[in-house]
Ligand binder design. Structure first.
Ligand SMILES: NC(=O)C1=CN([C@@H]2O[C@H](COP(=O)(O)OP(=O)(O)OC[C@H]3O[C@@H](n4cnc5c(N)ncnc54)[C@H](OP(=O)(O)O)[C@@H]3O)[C@@H](O)[C@H]2O)C=CC1
Ligand SMILES: O=C(O)C1=N[C@H](C(=O)O)C[C@H](O)C1
Length: 264
């Protein structure tokens, strides 16, 4: 039996790539898409294959038998789609970033209440998962850390979901630390970037970029840089594919792809 999938956000940069990936994967079946624009708006590949596009998520979930919702939209809509899906015991694979902690906690609780799998992955690129994993290891030895994330200039949220997740993973192994000079002064607001428990996060937005992150560790007489670059959005597709396969066997919420990979 093929896994029946609905994609939310099929016109987006990620959504278009995900539509191609799902259509190319013999074990997957794209049964519909959710798009906020009218049905007349053409989404590449969908019309010619006769795949229905729904403006209303409720209508989509009512009309189609769905195993997995893949959401690649914005936090505001994603939260509503995911909550609706989980309440109908439809598993979710979510790449969307920019959720509040409260939204994440509510989705977690709803997945549990409905015994339904939900993978929220701020980054689906396997290299990015390793970059975060290696950073967690390095942080045990080098507690002075700055994260520089660089993205295309159409990205809405800052810092990136990946940078937030990286800092969170590091905080699990590093004691709280105020970095830099204790009397440090910003003569221009924002010069030192954001601070998450002392870890500095800098967000660059430029045309020409896709998705890139460096985690820089400083120690006595040395620095260590762990860096990952996504050159295109195909880099995320292997992780989405894996998440769809894994979520079929899950009955709860998982935040981060490292939790379904064997990194030992
Ligand atoms: N986890 C990962 O590995 C990755 C995650 N991302 C994340 O995925 C998300 C999508 O990224 P990307 O494809 O570049 O973004 P795009 O802006 O290209 O696509 C977003 C899509 O969501 C739609 N959308 C926007 N607002 C709403 C709304 N209120 N209701 C319904 N649909 C809406 C947009 O429609 P419209 O055109 O009408 O605005 C568009 O089709 C982002 O959160 C991004 O951070 C991105 C890359 C990798
Ligand atoms: O918006 C993007 O493009 C990306 N968003 C994700 C994030 O916020 O970390 C993942 C990747 O960096 C690309």
């Amino acid at each position: 039996m093929r896994i029946k999938i609905v994609i939310a956000g099929p016109r987006g940069r990620m959504g278009q790539e995900a539509v191609k990936m799902v259509l190319d994967e013999p074990d997957f079946q794209l049964v519909g898409c959710i798009d906020r624009k009218d049905k007349e708006v053409q989404v590449p590949f969908l019309a010619e294959k006769g795949i229905p596009v729904y403006r209303d998520a409720e209508e989509c979930f009512y009309a189609q038998e769905v195993d997995v919702l893949i959401d690649l939209t914005v936090a505001e809509s994603s939260y509503d789609y995911v909550m609706m899906a989980l309440r109908k015991q439809i598993r979710c694979v979510v790449g969307t970033t920019g959720f509040s902690n409260e939204q994440l906690q509510t989705m977690k609780a709803t997945a549990k209440e409905n015994s339904t799998g939900c993978i929220i992955a701020p980054n689906f690129a396997l290299g990015a998962i390793l970059m975060m994993h290696f950073s967690k290891i390095a942080a045990k030895f080098f507690p002075d850390i700055e994260i520089i994330e660089k993205h295309h200039d159409q990205k809405i949220d800052a810092p990136s979901g990946t940078a937030i997740k990286t800092a969170e993973m590091i905080k699990n192994v590093r004691n709280s630390k105020i970095q830099g000079h204790p009397d440090e002064v910003e003569t221009m607001q924002g010069a030192r970037g954001a601070s998450d428990d002392g870890i500095r996060i800098h967000s660059l937005r430029l045309p020409g970029l896709v998705a890139h992150q460096e985690v820089i560790f400083g120690g006595e007489g040395q620095t260590l840089t762990i860096k990952h670059d996504s050159m295109n959005r195909k880099s995320f597709m292997e992780g989405i594919k894996l998440s769809v396969q894994q979520v079929m066997n899950l009955k709860e919420y998982v935040y981060g792809l490292e939790n379904v990979l064997d990194l030992a």
